[in-house]
Design a protein around this ligand. Structure first.
Ligand SMILES: [Zn+2]
Ligand SMILES: [Zn+2]
Length: 255
C-alpha cells in the first residue's frame, strides 16, 4: 500500500488568504499546504481519507484516474467540501462510490450534500454515493481499516489504523482507551498545528510527546498552520519525525 499526502495544511490552507508572513510568501513548494487528506493506493484500488475543498486540484496533482471509496474523519468543512467532485469518478466508473463515516459525520454529510442523497435533480450530473456507517473495523478490498476514536475539542472524530500505520488528524485529546490502537506502528501520522496550544488541535510539542510515548518507527505531522516553516522545523525535529508536505508518498508496511 502506498500512502500519499494529498494535503497537509490546516483548515485555511497555507498560504493563508491575506497573510504576508514568511511561510505564506515562502518559495519552498513544501510550504504550500492544501487542506488535509491522504490517498491510499493498494491492489489497483484508490481510497481517500476525507475530501478536502482542494480535492479536485489534489486529484489532478496525484494523477488520480479512479476512486474506489471515501473514508471520512469528521464533517468539518476542510474535510468534506470537495465531495461533489467525486462525481466525475462515478460518471467514469458507473458504480456508486462507497463512503464511510461514523453516524454523526454521515448525518452531517447527508445534510450538507442533501441534493446528492435526494437524487431528485432531474437532469443528472450528480454523484451517486453508497453510504456506510462505521461502527467498528471494516474491510476495503482486503485492507482492514480500524477506527481510532479521538476528540477534536469536544467533537468525537475518527482516525484510522491500517496495516502497521495510522492516520490521526484533527485531535486535541487521544483517550487512554484509544492509545493501545496506536502502539507498535511503523508509521504514525498525527495532527501538529503549530507551537502555540490550540483548543481543538494538538501542537508540535504535544504530538512529539505522543511519539515518544507510542514509539512508532517513523512519524509524520500534518494539519500544519503557517506558523511552521517546513525545512526549518524539520531541521529541529528528531530524524524519525518530520513534517509531511503535499505530494509526499510513503510505503505503508503490513500489507
Ligand atoms: Zn481539519
Ligand atoms: Zn502566513
Amino acid at each position: 500500500m502506498k500512502l500519499t499526502f494529498l494535503g497537509t495544511g490546516t483548515s485555511t490552507g497555507v498560504p493563508t488568504l491575506t497573510c504576508k508572513c514568511r511561510v505564506c510568501t515562502s518559495s519552498d513548494p513544501r510550504d504550500r499546504r492544501t487542506r488535509p487528506s491522504v490517498l491510499l493506493e493498494f491492489d489497483g484500488r484508490a481510497v481517500v481519507i476525507d475530501t478536502a475543498p482542494d480535492f479536485r486540484e489534489q486529484a489532478l496533482r496525484a494523477g488520480l484516474s479512479r476512486l474506489d471509496a471515501v473514508v471520512f474523519t469528521h464533517a468539518h468543512a476542510d474535510h468534506v467540501m470537495g465531495l461533489d467532485d467525486v462525481r466525475v469518478f462515478y460518471f467514469k466508473q458507473q458504480v456508486p462510490i462507497p463512503i464511510y463515516a461514523d453516524a454523526q459525520c454521515m448525518a452531517s454529510i447527508q445534510r450538507i450534500f442533501k441534493y446528492i442523497f435526494d437524487q431528485t435533480y432531474p437532469y443528472g450530473g450528480i454523484a451517486k454515493l453508497d453510504p456506510h456507517v462505521i461502527d467498528g473495523p471494516f474491510e476495503l478490498w482486503g485492507a482492514v481499516l480500524t477506527p481510532v476514536p479521538v476528540l477534536h475539542g469536544n467533537l468525537p472524530v475518527l482516525g484510522f489504523r491500517f496495516g502497521r500505520a495510522a492516520y490521526v488528524t484533527d485531535f486535541s485529546t487521544i483517550p487512554e482507551t484509544t492509545l493501545p490502537l496506536l502502539e507498535g506502528l511503523d508509521l504514525l501520522i498525527l495532527d501538529a498545528l503549530r507551537h502555540k496550544p490550540h483548543p481543538t488541535h494538538s501542537n508540535l510539542e504535544q504530538s512529539l510527546a505522543l511519539v515518544s510515548r507510542l514509539r512508532p518507527r517513523r512519524a509524520f505531522f500534518t494539519h500544519i498552520a503557517h506558523e511552521l516553516p517546513h525545512s526549518e522545523t524539520n531541521a529541529q525535529l528528531p530524524e524519525h519525525v518530520q513534517l509531511a508536505y503535499d505530494g509526499l508518498s510513503v510505503e505503508v508496511p503490513g500489507f
